[in-house]
Design a protein around this ligand. Structure first.
Ligand SMILES: CC(C)(COP(=O)(O)OP(=O)(O)OC[C@H]1O[C@@H](n2cnc3c(N)ncnc32)[C@H](O)[C@@H]1OP(=O)(O)O)[C@@H](O)C(=O)NCCC(=O)NCCS
Length: 144
């Protein structure tokens, strides 16, 4: 039986193994054990895993800056896809944000990930073509 549970720091190794095996998911320094542990502590009750018979077969990170919600790294193992699990995991993040009074959530999908985009659109998410994502990185050393 598949169970959805809170993502605890002790799940990290199993979730990382799932993420590493998932196509289209890019892992960086921000996904290190320390970084994910900090993220979970900073955003309690917003990230989830799914287990089937003890094995981690799904995961998602949810967080907020206190104003908007952000959803990242949703992954469902190929053996468990198309059973509504991806939608349920994403739904748990939105539910958690809702209890905090956060009414809008954003996520980023690479343009080439057509299937992921279809999944999100069919799950009620809207593609934004009125905004351009801009990023600034490598500034920590010059702005201590
Ligand atoms: C995207 C992903 C999380 C979907 O998980 P899932 O558990 O299979 O999704 P669900 O069963 O909840 O799907 C809900 C609906 O989305 C649509 N959908 C799901 N996967 C789809 C796909 N590959 N192509 C097109 N539509 C899809 C379907 O309409 C589906 O409902 P249906 O099966 O009744 O038709 C999973 O395929 C995955 O882990 N992919 C690789 C990682 C990834 O792309 N993550 C998103 C990063 S932005």
């Amino acid at each position: 039986m598949v169970e959805i549970l809170p993502f605890s720091p002790s799940d990290y190794d199993e979730v990382m193994a799932l993420w590493q095996a998932t196509e289209g998911l890019t892992l960086r320094e921000a996904d290190s054990r320390d970084a994910v542990t900090r993220y979970l502590a900073r955003n309690p009750r917003l990230s989830f895993i799914a287990r089937d018979g003890g094995r981690v077969i799904g995961a998602v990170l949810g967080g907020t800056d206190g104003r908007r919600g952000y959803l990242q790294h949703l992954a469902v193992a190929p053996t468990h896809r198309r059973q509504g699990l991806g939608r349920s995991l994403a739904g748990r993040v939105l539910e958690g944000l809702g209890t905090l009074g956060i009414a809008k959530c954003h996520l980023f999908v690479r343009r080439e990930q057509a299937e992921a985009r279809e999944f999100w659109e069919r799950s009620g998410w809207t593609v934004r073509d009125d905004v351009t994502l801009m990023s600034h990185s490598d500034f920590a050393a010059t702005n201590p």
